[in-house]
Design a protein around this ligand. Structure first.
Ligand code: NAD
Length: 278
């Protein structure tokens, strides 16, 4: 099994399928990431706010997998956008992860009410120049936020990591990103289990037709859309199931039926609106 990679706008490759550890309890993280690495994941998505970077680092260290084969992402939390804070924050993350640099560092949320995401982005550019992260990107940025940081710095983020699943496809952001060469990372790719995604006929019936699970069909849809995904589970059988999506292809009609799940009015969002997160 070879996990496909996609190229970022800075020339580096990222595995299109990874493992995300949001809400993986710190005490369980080393075990979960160890199992993820054992079953074949090489891309891990964490964040300072998840409180589990140490567990990710312990699993990496014990795995013996060469560093160049791993792709590790972490994120700058909202209260550390200004001054020396971003440099301190990435230093703390690197210590916990046991790494000299991460592969991708993200501004976690724009927190527009504080009006400091442009400063955070400028700081990430410096962190990249200092070699503390190979690539830089953003998360939960909407088109106005993206346009502002690009206009001010001329540096286009490698990725925008946004809530994206069949009921909430964020077509305004994805359209902008495609035109600008920004890769979309879809968080909550399975809708975080917050609606009956797996019971929708376009998902359920397609799963039956391909002898796959509904989760596998949804993950396959993401991959064929070109999105980067890192579904979360702490169960080994689901870690394996979520990787086992490379041996079938959804037809154009099957893709279109899943595309049609989102009415396009924003009502499918299952988590916070980026303008409301402080
Ligand atoms: P997700 O859509 O991956 O859903 C996770 C839920 O789906 C879990 O409850 C799990 O039990 C269930 N699940 C996983 N595999 C399954 C399967 N095969 N069959 C049935 N159920 C299954 O949601 P998520 O964890 O929020 O998102 C994935 C990752 O995205 C996170 O771990 C994190 O790395 C990232 N994320 C980023 C942000 C951000 O603000 N940047 C926010 C949330 C999540």
């Amino acid at each position: 099994m070879t996990i496909p990679t996609v190229q970022l706008n800075d020339g580096f490759d990222i595995p299109q399928l990874g493992y995300g550890v949001f809400k993986v309890p710190p005490a369980d993280t080393e075990r979960a990431v160890t199992e993820a690495l054992e079953v074949g994941y090489r891309h891990i998505d964490t964040a300072a706010i998840y409180g589990n970077e140490e567990g990710v680092g312990a699993a990496i260290a014990k795995s013996g997998i060469p560093r160049r084969e791993l792709f590790i992402t972490t994120k700058l939390w909202n209260d550390r956008h200004e001054g020396d804070e971003p440099r301190k924050a990435i230093g703390e993350s690197l210590d916990k992860l046991g790494l000299e640099r991460v592969d991708l560092y993200l501004v976690h949320w724009p927190t527009p009410a504080k009006d400091n995401y442009l400063e955070a982005w400028q700081k990430l550019i410096e962190l990249r120049e200092a070699g503390l992260t190979r690539s830089i990107g953003v998360s939960n940025f909407l088109v106005p936020h993206l346009e502002r940081i690009v206009a001010a710095t001329g540096v286009v983020p490698a990725v925008d990591q946004i809530e994206l699943h069949p009921a909430h496809q964020q077509r305004d952001v994805t359209t902008w990103a495609a035109a600008q060469g920004v890769r979309i990372e879809a968080w909550g790719p399975l809708g975080q289990g917050k609606y009956d995604l797996f019971g929708i006929p376009a998902v359920k019936d397609t799963a039956t037709a391909h002898d796959k699970s509904p989760a596998q069909v949804v993950l396959r849809w993401h991959l064929q859309k070109g999105f980067i995904v890192f579904p979360k589970s702490v169960r080994r059988e689901r870690l394996e199931e979520n990787l086992d999506v490379l041996d079938f292809t959804l037809s154009d009609a099957e893709m279109a039926a899943i595309d049609a799940i989102d009415p396009g009015d924003g009502t499918g969002r299952v988590s916070a609106h980026p303008d409301e997160v402080e």
